[in-house]
Design a binder for this molecule. Sequence first.
Ligand code: ADP
Ligand code: ZN
Ligand code: ZN
Length: 693
Amino acid sequence: MPEIQARAAVRVAVDAPQHSGLNGPLDYASEQALAPGSLVRVPLGKRELLGVVWPGAVEPDQALTLRPVTAVFDALAPLHAAWCRLLDFAAGYYQRSVGELASAVLPPQLRELSPDQLAARLRKLERKAAKAVEAAAPVKPALAPEQADAVARIEAGITGAAANRPVLLFGVTGSGKTEVYLRAAEAALAAGRQVLVLVPEINLTPQLEARFTERFAALLPEPLAIVSLHSALTPAQRLQNWLAAHLGRARLVLGTRLAVFASLPQLGLIVVDEEHDPSYKQQDGARYSARDLAVWRAHDLKIPVVLGSATPSLESWQHAESGRYERLTLSARIGGGALPRVRLFDMKALPASAGVTTALTAPLLAELKSRLERGEQSLVFLNRRGYAPVLHCGECQWKSDCPHCSAWRVFHKRDRTLRCHHCGFTERVPRACPNCGNHDIAPIGRGTERLEEQLAEALPGARVLRIDADSTRRKGELEAQLKAVHDGEVDILVGTQMVTKGHDFRRIRFVAAVNPDGALFSSDFRAPERLFALLMQAGGRAGRDAERDAGGESPSEMWVQTWHRDHPLYQALARHDYVRFAADQLAERRSASLPPFSHLALLRAEARTAEAAKAFLDAAAGLLQDGQVLVYPPVPHAVARVADVERMQMLVEAGQRARLQAFLRDWVPTLIELKRQHKAVLRWAVDVDPLAI
Ligand code: ADP
Ligand code: ZN
Ligand code: ZN
């Protein structure tokens, strides 16, 4: 490599994995002075990679020996210092290299373009932005008093009239949270600031985009003034929308968790809708929480962040209790629509003849039938897809296990397959038991597919529709199915948690959760929190329409079929009492020293054998001692083997977040070294603030 006479040396964040030991930004030579945040291409080994010039000084006398920057994207304004701070913080907090994180969150197409190609893009974008669209002034409802209070409080934060504490906007489905987001966004836009709105699901972005566009089309007539950012966009769309945000053209950005890293030089407000949703946590690579980073980003910029939920995460709720967050409550549904009455259906009280062995009990079928006769829509909720979770041979006790995982393969009847939901291994259903040849192999248990079939059999003539990950695999299917529900072409909707999220089903008057008990006895301490949120959300799908209540229709209702009707979770659910539920759960968490009263990280290791994974974790545990940090013995992952890889994990716990962070800072570099010495082939990762343990 030729050495050049360079005037400047620069630090560049490049996509070198943290595990390579190339942790921070690397030093390069540059003929021109480069502002921090500039995008460049640099050599690394034999490759040439995208990089970001990083703030901070380089040893001046080094410049002569450094490899030069290959190309500079000088048509593009540098990334803002605040963006670099966010990445520095996130990389440090989640124990990744800053270059790896930058490359994961920048639009993938940037990596492939040359500076000239990017400039041609940019020109296209300018032409696009020149034509404005006409739109009528929107109709805005008069705010209810609690909404007005919430908006005033957030506005004060935008204009700087008050200091900004994160706002927890607490209100059930239909209480008017989205209207508060819209008004707060309007205030930020009027102040010349950009707005970022995060939603948990890609599927929810079109709906939200429509609502924001309807409201702001007149105020923001320029194309690309409102854009979305999520992983289902084409690479070209994603780059275009990202650039629009970076250039300040996009005033309002709606997106999923990756949008928390959007470059927004004039950001003035962040909204995190359904802030409790687990999908805000990235589950591989840099395992960041977009919700937590949103709070950090807002704090760093001294701007308001609004976290909205009917069932806040217990972390956020505890922050509100302690006063770190400001809780603003919307206590009623807009228009006085009632929440559905919750009926806890005691499975123990049913006679055997009522069909306790099937999810479709006689009383449930009778209720569905009478709703059907009155022309009302119902939702039957079961959080398990497929036909049955396992096939079983009554002769030899064979079960449809996955040869590559410690899990059963799920029976999918429609395409006659046995499919592993962990590794994807799929085979045709055998005609006879593969072990003993018995022809009488039978499904055990039920998933949504079987429920759909049983409902159609039990209620002839009913139009039954199933919505889950299987029924919506192809593009456009979910939209078409939701439309059928909205248009009243469906009598009974069967679905997984997918249907409980956000979708506004105005016609549904009856919701049944047929088999939710499993989560009560999970080893995951967050399972009850998730179940409560899911059931509240499922119930929120019913009876949003006060007019229909007034119109003398049967009351909207939610049934929960349970063997544990006295369980405090269900008792709180029956009264729609999140506050009580949260208090109970937090008391338990406090006495068990669980989050939010302690702070956790997981060290995960994957290898061909459990012994190799365990040996790595055992050695890791011996590398660093800290009297205030507890390192638990390694245990197998809940699904220990996936795709022939054994997964072990080890919990690290500290009373103070800072203590845990300090420990990880010292520990992780020694793990990189340990891995290097380790003979067995092995992958490892640290998960800070893990959601599932
Ligand atoms: P959430 O986001 O809490 O589910 P929304 O903001 O979507 O609640 O409000 C529920 C419904 O009530 C929506 O149709 C919305 O347009 C309407 N709405 C919200 N606020 C008001 C208001 N102040 N006056 C009249 N209708 C309202
Ligand atoms: Zn058999
Ligand atoms: Zn498998």
